[in-house]
Design a protein around this ligand. Sequence first.
Ligand SMILES: [Fe+2]
Length: 186
Amino acid sequence: MFKQSNVKYNGKTFNLEGSGIQKKETRAKDLAGYFSDLSAYQMLDPETVMYQVEYQDNGLAEGTPGGLYFGITHLYPGVIGEEYYLTKGHFHAKRDTGEYYFGLHGQGLLMMTENGETVLEEVVPGSVHYIPGNTAHRLINTGAEMLSVSACWQTESGHDYAPPEEMFPQRVFRDKAGKPIIENNS
Ligand SMILES: [Fe+2]
């Protein structure tokens, strides 16, 4: 029997379409404490949508062993002060579980930190990123357009949103030439 998948990726809009697509928005007010320039952060409308995550509800409860989830993050472009828009980032609650990211649209960085060591991988359409277990990970939009990145992770993984300064010792700013530069947290 031939059967069509009930979820499809739309390569023009970079969105998922079909049944069971769940969407979550993260707004500026949800990111208190994540940006270094407090006064610039406070000037932003707290309802500003910073990123959206969509994923397929495949019926598996989080924590189910052996399963996978698939989703896409859409991170808006912009800076607060000179710090690029970013996602909160997280560890997995089950720390040793890995994850794949796959760049769909836009230009950005995948920040990965393990034991205080940070790696920044350039995310572009078509780039594939393996995030090992025990690694805090976040996306940073260094481009002028929406950064859309798909992800596949284990149903067992869960999320642990540890305080940002505990997860990431470095930040990425826009320099005077408009290029990303890395700075250590002061
Ligand atoms: Fe993750």
